[in-house]
Design a protein around this ligand. Structure first.
Ligand code: SAH
Length: 342
């Protein structure tokens, strides 16, 4: 199977052209066809000599995923079911913000997930494989095709743990970010992690301005361990130390995600505990009411409980947003995406 052309850096395309006895400027032309004009075959690259077009078609795949299904209407949250070349299925979500006239694409980074958070559908069957950078870029291109323009924001909040597929995720980010390509600003790209400390440490050294979100979901290690097995590998204390180092090194603000689950992590006392935990950080908190997932019998708290939790954080001066996840009617909300088979 040919590898996806969308997984290559511009410099690698240049090296390919050179190897094939072609001038380096051809690579720039190809790049433009791929990411600015966004064609889906070598054939359409009209300003390239025919032999080069043939070479490209022989060496690379231009369409590494196939859209099988779209749920939801244009202009609203939409969920795409995409089939990969080996038959595996993933889901990608388009989240429009009509008032800001912007679109966010929520991409998957793996088929399945190994981390098995109790409340999340994505990891119920473990991980099958990593996505390649070409496949991740392919998700964004598929969305660009549907929108008739590139999306404004990319969030790694679909299926998978991005830091468990670190190299391909970072490669995809650099391709998406390229100024002569899709040119999606680093600050408009968010990596969300369940708390893979090694990934946070590596990201700190990349010199990239991407946004980091950390799924916290509990104010102490004991509660966190009950629903997030990753806490056994990287306990809360270690995670928070890594976050503090990350902030010190990069000067970037971390967003902590906190899914509110009735009776587990939603009490006023726990809100105060969270304040204490985060007091020394310059951070944001994103509260997410639990989305229903078949395999988990937890519930979202009632509105009053969530309000008290939110106000407790706000009164303590913590910048807090409340995200009532879009798309739960489509099973496209946080934690509802799953790898499936045909
Ligand atoms: N693996 C990464 C990326 C997933 S992002 C991570 O864990 O951060 C999806 C976000 O939705 C995470 O914060 C995740 O913990 C949260 N989530 C998972 N299942 C959920 C559910 N049923 N309801 C609400 N949020 C959920």
């Amino acid at each position: 199977m040919n590898s996806s052309i969308h997984g290559l850096f511009l410099a690698e395309l240049e090296a390919f052209c050179k190897e094939q006895g072609q001038p380096a400027f051809r690579a720039k032309q190809i790049w433009d066809w791929l990411y600015v004009k966004r064609v889906s075959s070598a054939d359409e690259m009209k300003n390239l000599p025919a032999p080069l077009r043939e070479l490209l078609a022989d060496h690379f795949s231009f369409q590494c995923l196939e859209k099988l299904e779209t749920k939801g209407a244009p202009g609203e949250t939409q969920k795409l079911l995409l089939k990969l070349a080996d038959g595996e299925l993933i889901e990608t979500v388009i989240i429009p913000a009509p008032r800001r006239q912007s679109n966010t694409v929520c991409v998957s980074s793996q088929v399945g997930c190994r981390f098995g958070c109790a409340f999340c559908a994505s990891g119920q069957k473990g991980v099958v494989r990593n996505l390649s950078a070409g496949e991740i870029v392919g998700e964004v291109l598929e969305v660009a095709k549907m929108l008739g323009g590139r999306p404004d924001n990319v969030v790694f909040m679909g299926i998978g743990e991005p830091f468990d597929n670190y190299d391909e995720v970072l490669r995809a980010i650099r391709i998406l970010n390229h100024p002569d390509g899709l040119c999606i600003g680093a600050r408009r790209i968010t990596i969300s992690t369940c708390g893979v400390v090694s990934g946070i440490q590596r990201l700190a050294d990349e010199g990239l301005q991407v946004e980091l979100s950390v799924s916290l979901h509990a104010p102490d290690s004991e509660v966190r361990s009950r629903v997030m097995p990753v806490n056994e590998t990287w306990p809360l204390e270690e995670l928070m130390a890594a976050c503090a180092d990350y902030t010190a090194e990069t000067n970037r603000i971390i967003t902590f995600e906190y899914t509110l689950i009735k009776g587990l992590n939603d009490s006023e006392a726990q809100a105060h505990q969270l304040v204490k935990l985060l007091r020394k950080f310059s951070c944001r908190v994103n509260l997410i009411p639990l989305s229903p997932v078949e395999e988990f019998d937890g519930e979202r708290p009632d509105a009053e409980t969530m309000k008290i939790f939110l106000e407790t954080l706000e009164k303590a001066g913590i910048n807090t947003t409340f995200r009532d996840s879009k798309g739960s009617a489509l099973k496209a909300a946080c934690g509802q995406l799953r790898a499936r088979r045909l």
